[in-house]
Design a protein around this ligand. Structure first.
Ligand SMILES: NC(=O)c1ccc[n+]([C@@H]2O[C@H](COP(=O)([O-])OP(=O)(O)OC[C@H]3O[C@@H](n4cnc5c(N)ncnc54)[C@H](OP(=O)(O)O)[C@@H]3O)[C@@H](O)[C@H]2O)c1
Length: 262
């Protein structure tokens, strides 16, 4: 299937590792020019080199902390200027935080909201003028926690991903008249570089071994295993493509059947 992504210009946020890097690589493999960003310069440089070497595509990389408004505005502007435009924005920055109500201060809540929700809101706002020029795509990476409660202490992720779901739906309405399609990709448990740390938190919280925490995560999927970043990326790349031209305002789960809602 020709995805018609050749010549398209894409910014993927939080893309030096994990799902973000796989999406950037997937878009690049289909002929898109890509811009990636993250906070740590080492992994960011390595990701750019790897994507370039494996796909031959042009890759632009920008250091940024997308919890900050000014960095969201700057990265979108730098990416669009470097590539001469922007048709695809993938808002992938986000992180899980396990903590109970008494453990999350106002400042911590604000950090979660800034990273998991406002990074996407601010990047979409900054990208909107570019996306309106030729009709564009916004893809937000959400998570099962936004629709179902399944991990103890997953309160901050649940609240912020639910907010992102609602942002996607309303932005899709606004984007319709400009030919901008806005969708969510919702991963289940995916084996990324961040997974060992996450399993450590879960194990500590449930007072079980890390191996048992991993087995529990595997059993969440009806396929009995963790997913790969590439399996999530395949769906994001499809939604970014011309083949998904009548799909907007929806959430596509890539969770191996882990979601319990109908
Ligand atoms: N993996 C899963 O099982 C899973 C499940 C459901 C949903 N998700 C969602 O999928 C997305 C990606 O998750 P992942 O597991 O692939 O993450 P990951 O492996 O931890 O990678 C996160 C990437 O984002 C960058 N990043 C983190 N905070 C950033 C910030 N404030 N500003 C700029 N870049 C930042 C990281 O680089 P630096 O640290 O250098 O900044 C890294 O490149 C997230 O939205 C997550 O909530 C993941």
């Amino acid at each position: 299937m020709d995805l018609s992504l050749k010549g398209k210009r894409a910014l993927v946020t939080g893309s030096s590792e994990g799902i973000g890097r796989a999406i950037a690589q997937g878009l690049a493999a289909e002929g898109a020019e890509v811009a990636i960003c993250a906070r740590r310069p080492g992994p960011l440089r390595q990701a750019a080199e790897r994507i370039q070497a494996e796909t031959g595509a042009k890759v632009h990389s920008f250091g940024a902390d997308l919890s900050r408004t000014e960095d969201c505005d700057r990265v979108v502007r730098q990416a669009a200027e470097a590539m001469g435009g922007l048709e695809i924005l993938v808002n992938n920055v986000g992180q899980i935080k396990l903590a109970g109500i008494a453990e999350i201060s106002d400042a911590d809540w604000q950090k979660e909201i800034d990273r998991n929700v406002m990074s996407a809101v601010r990047c979409a706002r900054a990208a909107w003028p570019y996306l309106m020029r030729r009709g564009g795509r916004v893809i937000n990476i959400t998570g099962l926690a936004g629709k179902q409660v399944h991990l103890p202490g997953d309160m901050a992720t649940s609240l912020t991903k639910a907010a992102l779901n609602s942002f996607t739906k309303t932005l899709a309405h606004e984007g319709g008249k400009h030919g901008i399609l806005v969708n969510n990709v919702c991963p289940g448990p995916i084996l990324t570089e961040g997974m060992p740390e996450r399993l450590g938190w879960i194990a500590g919280r449930l007072k079980i071994s890390v191996e048992d925490a991993r087995r529990n995560r595997e059993r969440v999927s009806v396929l009995g295993r963790l997913g790969t970043p590439e399996e999530v990326a395949n769906v994001a790349v499809f939604l970014a493509s011309e083949r998904a031209s009548f799909v907007t305002g929806v959430t596509v789960e890539v969770d191996g059947g882990a979601s319990h809602y109908i």
